[in-house]
Design a protein around this ligand. Structure first.
Ligand code: F6P
Length: 553
């Protein structure tokens, strides 16, 4: 075990930021806006159909300059190149990190440091996805009785579920006449409630698992197969209804998927970065291959922006640096993601995995224990729903919670007054969060309402809002596949930039292993009704309680 300490806190820019924090931490953003008349122009970035306004943050020009200095001292520009050129930056697994290749220009080579061009295999897999989704949509590929497929079920979990699930839901405005379901949880309720809605003759199952060893996914896949066969289908029909996406071809074949029905992806695509690969097959089936490729094009455009734009005008970098500012200097614990867009309902849960599985780490790339906080807790739901749930805490609670607010300029549905109302709320909330309401302002409103002095003094503390809560506002023109691809890539690169500054390997996930191996032991112990004598007191007590109570049923 190494005993050296990580270098981040000794970097000159970190030291300067510490000092700068002391100077700025008590300044209210109201003052910052007053003293900087062009603050909106200075602190916003327009790119393609996106606008990032980061002016409602507790920063000055100096803050950004120092944060950029920190990024340079941490070698962020070089690290970006290392990722794009296919160095094995996933050092604990000895792998390249090449999800950006999946969405690069398919007509050009994508050579990586080893000298290989990865495009031929990517191109072949994309071609296979296109052929397959076109064949399903045209009815060229059907179920075993000749009926066209009307339902697709993606069985997968984590990165093999959250990404495609979020995107299919987000792009449902463009959805073809086919239903897409996602089954992820090993809780039998998930598969049971889904199968109830399905007709075996017209259902296609995609078993999505990079490793093809994930317990939940295989259990659900076996249950689906049993259900299919019990419906009267012959086992020869299985190959028409069960396909797989996996980098583990032997295991997928062993499950019974015909080799030609296995869509491959590679160990240089991390699970939570895999929606751009054949893991996105459910997306292509939902909206058609052309829309899937627009999604890739949007992400590719963001990749170019990230790779080529100076750090101080680089959207993912700015977002990442602001996160570092609040996490490591202000001591924030969490960040909220609040899309004012019902189609982006699952964006917060998608970003939970993307961010927390990537940067929820406690040792540096070299294994030194960090002496600073790393990944923030990511949470959130759509606006305006959140306003009627947890916004009270944002406005008057005691915590600093930086939040990203996202909305489309144009609605896809444009029904009545809905969008105008939505946007009015969207803009009002970030304004309220920054401005707050001072004691004087609160008193003035109460006086206006005609209350007597005694009543005013009693209620006054409850009517004060401190404000000064930081937010980023992200406008996109419309929720198109292109803009969605760009937004997702924006967050991926933000997470990458933060991982570099914290000196983490953002591409492994060893922390998920312990619970998995303990579950295997307990699973075997739940095989009979005999009390166990192993484990710690609490777990032993719970296992035996469960055994006793379930055997009574
Ligand atoms: O348990 C975590 C994890 O390994 C994620 O990183 C991954 O996205 C998920 O499980 C699913 O893994 P697989 O695609 O191999 O089934």
């Amino acid at each position: 075990m190494t005993i050296s300490t990580p270098r981040l806190k000794s970097l000159p820019a970190w030291q300067k930021l510490k000092q700068h924090y002391k100077e700025i931490s008590n300044v209210h953003m109201r003052e910052l806006f007053t003293s900087q008349p062009d603050r909106f122009d200075d602190f916003s970035i327009a790119w393609q159909e996106l606008l990032l306004d980061y002016s409602k943050n507790r920063i000055t020009e100096e803050t950004i300059q120092l944060l950029v200095e920190l990024a340079n001292e941490c070698g962020l520009p070089e690290a970006i190149e290392r990722m794009f050129t296919g160095e094995k930056i996933n050092n604990t697994e000895g792998r390249e990190v090449l999800h950006t290749a999946l969405r690069s220009n398919i007509n050009k080579p994508y050579n990586i440091v080893s000298g290989d061009d990865v495009m031929p295999e990517i191109r072949a897999e994309l071609e296979k996805m296109k052929d397959f989704s076109d064949a399903v949509h045209s009815g060229r590929t059907t179920g075993y009785t000749g009926k066209p497929f009307t339902s697709v079920v993606n069985i997968g979990i984590g990165g093999s579920d959250l990404g495609p699930h979020m995107v299919v839901n987000a792009l449902q405005y463009y959805q073809k006449d086919i239903d897409i379901y996602f089954v992820s949880n090993v809780d039998d309720a998930d598969i049971a409630k889904t199968l109830k809605k399905l007709d075996p003759e017209t259902t296609l199952f995609i078993i999505s698992s990079k490793t093809f060893t994930t317990w939940e996914t295989l259990t659900n896949a076996h249950t689906a197969r049993k259900w299919f066969l019990q419906s009267g289908a012959d086992s020869s029909a299985l190959s028409k209804h069960f396909i797989a996406v996996s980098s583990n071809v032997p295991e997928a074949t062993a499950f019974g998927v015909a080799e030609e029905n296995i869509f491959e992806f590679w160990d240089w695509v991390g699970g939570r970065y895999s929606l751009w690969s054949a893991i996105g097959l459910s997306i292509a089936l939902a909206v058609g291959y052309d829309k899937f490729s627009e999604l890739l094009a949007g992400a590719h455009a963001m990749d170019k922006h990230f790779r080529t734009t100076p750090l101080e005008k680089n959207i993912p970098v700015i977002l990442g640096l602001l996160g570092i500012w609040y996490d490591n200097f202000f001591g924030a614990d969490s960040q909220a993601i609040i899309p004012y867009d019902q189609y982006l309902e699952y964006l917060p849960s998608y970003l939970q995995q993307a961010d927390m599985e990537s940067n929820g780490k406690r040792v540096t790339r070299n294994g030194e224990e960090v002496d600073y906080n790393t990944g923030l807790i990511v949470w959130g739901t759509t606006g305006t729903n959140g306003q009627h749930a947890y916004f009270q805490l944002l406005h008057q609670g005691t915590r600093l919670i930086p939040a990203d607010f996202l909305a489309a300029v144009e609605s896809l549905n444009d029904i009545g007054e809905h969008h105008r109302l939505l946007i009015a709320n969207f803009l009002a909330q970030t304004e309220a969060l920054i401005r707050g309401k001072t004691v004087d302002e609160a008193r003035a409103s109460l006086e206006e309402s005609g209350l007597d002095n005694e009543a005013i003094e009693k209620i006054l503390p409850h009517k004060v809002f401190p404000g000064n809560q930081p937010t980023n506002t992200i406008f996109y023109q419309k929720l198109t596949p292109f803009n969605l691809g760009a937004l997702i890539a924006m967050y991926e690169h933000k997470i990458f930039a933060q991982g570099i500054i914290w000196d983490l390997n953002s591409f492994d996930q060893w922390g998920v292993e312990l619970g998995k191996s303990l579950a295997k032991i307990i699973y075997d112990e739940l095989d009979d009704n005999e009390p166990v004598t192993t484990h710690g007191q609490s777990t032993r007590g719970l296992i035996n309680y469960f055994k006793q109570k379930s055997s009574m049923i």
